[in-house]
Design a protein. Structure first.
Length: 197
């Protein structure tokens, strides 16, 4: 394990993810800003749950930085290429992909990094800045109103189910706190009626 940590330049891996996310964002709700929020949520969970000695932080952060790149596709060729250029071995790449594979709603997590990523990504459902980026994209013509409506539908359907799916007690408590703030935010913003839970 120590060898893998020495082999990867975490900052380079994250900057490459940023370059690709900015070049090919999936949409305003799955852009580099979303990935940064998820990375910060991951770091919060690792500290909150005292997982520093139980987790491969490089795997987690690389997975978080790439988790929604080409969302809905199982094409990991760009990620693999960027990591191979750094000299990272296939075992590390496989663990990153395994971690990413379990982050979506309804998927199972097969490693501790995947559990942290899942929880971190679900916390991002309650991000006011994410919702405002989606609203702004609609207002600027960068996203269709129907896409925002689908977001609203998924948020209304999924947010009530998320607490039972979260992997860590601290995340469940934080989610409850954030949900209260989220409700106040969307209820006070008429353009976000579709996001009221």
């Amino acid at each position: 394990m120590l060898l893998l940590i020495e082999m990867i330049d975490r900052e380079l891996a994250l900057s490459k993810a940023q370059e690709w996310q900015e070049r090919e964002p999936f949409d305003a709700g799955h852009d580099w800003e979303h990935h940064k929020e998820v990375i910060n949520n991951c770091l919060w969970i690792v500290e909150q749950e005292k997982l520093e000695d139980k987790i491969d932080l490089d795997v987690l952060l690389v997975a978080a930085a790439w988790h929604d790149f080409r969302r809905g596709s199982e094409d990991y060729s760009v990620l693999k290429s960027e990591l191979l250029v750094q000299g990272v071995d296939q075992e590390f790449i496989s663990k990153v992909i395994e971690t990413i594979s379990g982050h979506s709603f309804g998927e199972s997590q097969t490693n501790i990094e995947g559990k942290v990523l899942f929880d971190a990504d679900k916390m991002a459902y309650l991000s006011p800045s994410r919702i405002l980026r989606v609203l702004s994209a609609v207002e600027n013509g960068e996203m269709k109103k129907e896409t925002m409506s689908r977001y609203g539908y998924h948020f209304r359907e999924r947010i009530p189910k998320i607490p039972d799916l979260l992997n860590f007690q601290g995340t469940k408590q934080q989610f409850a706190r954030l949900l209260s703030e989220y409700r106040k935010f969307v209820e006070s913003t008429p353009a976000l009626n579709e996001f009221v839970v």
